[in-house]
Design a protein around this ligand. Structure first.
Ligand code: PRP
Length: 174
């Protein structure tokens, strides 16, 4: 079990609450907001963020595959599970756990924009700007971190450690 805690449970809780307030204020208090969460990593961030949101909020899920690590650099992303409902005219916020190269998010923003939402914004818990390969816009960032391999709070290594309530560093993985 990785032991080096990078971001504590308390820090996450406080930041998620701030993000919820910011997102609600930006969209107006009477506006329904539709969250689109990217499986699997974003499930915990989504659950906590939704519980902090005031007003009308709904969610849907999408799953993407980057064909494994070797092709991630090519930017090739495949849609594994699509949304249940359309996005036309809605205020949509993409919910991601981490933006690394940005390739997944760039692809997702492109396909969702084509569905003509009224607004399309993105919230990610973690961002590693030093790893970016494409310039993607992220409207809400929980924490900007160095290029270290992190797990917990939804993030995994080989499907493990998603359940950890904090963000931890895994040594020996890059
Ligand atoms: C992670 C993360 C993002 C993506 C970010 O997903 O959840 O979707 O990688 O990387 P990028 O910015 O370099 O494209 P992953 O493929 O590990 O799937 P998971 O969420 O199921 O763990």
């Amino acid at each position: 079990m990785p032991s080096e805690i990078l971001i504590t449970e308390d820090q996450i809780r406080a930041r998620v609450a701030e993000l919820a307030v910011e997102i609600r204020a930006d969209h107006g208090h009477g506006t329904p907001i539709h969250f689109v969460a990217v499986l699997k990593g974003a499930f915990m961030f989504l659950a906590d963020l939704m519980r902090q949101m005031k007003g009308d909020v709904t969610c849907d899920f999408i799953a993407l595959s980057s064909y494994g690590a070797s092709t991630k650099s090519s930017g090739e992303v495949r849609l594994l599970k699509d949304l249940d409902r359309g996005l036309e005219g809605r205020d949509v916020v993409i919910i991601e756990d981490i933006v690394d190269t940005g390739l997944t998010l760039a692809y997702l923003q492109e396909i969702l924009r084509a569905r003509e939402p009224h607004l399309l914004r993105t919230a990610c818990l973690l961002s590693k700007p030093s790893r970016r390969k494409v310039d993607v816009s992220v409207d809400y960032v929980g924490f900007t971190i160095e290029d270290r391999f992190v797990v917990g709070y939804g993030l995994d290594v080989d499907e493990r450690y998603r359940h950890l309530p904090d963000i931890r560093v895994v040594k020996g993985v890059s």
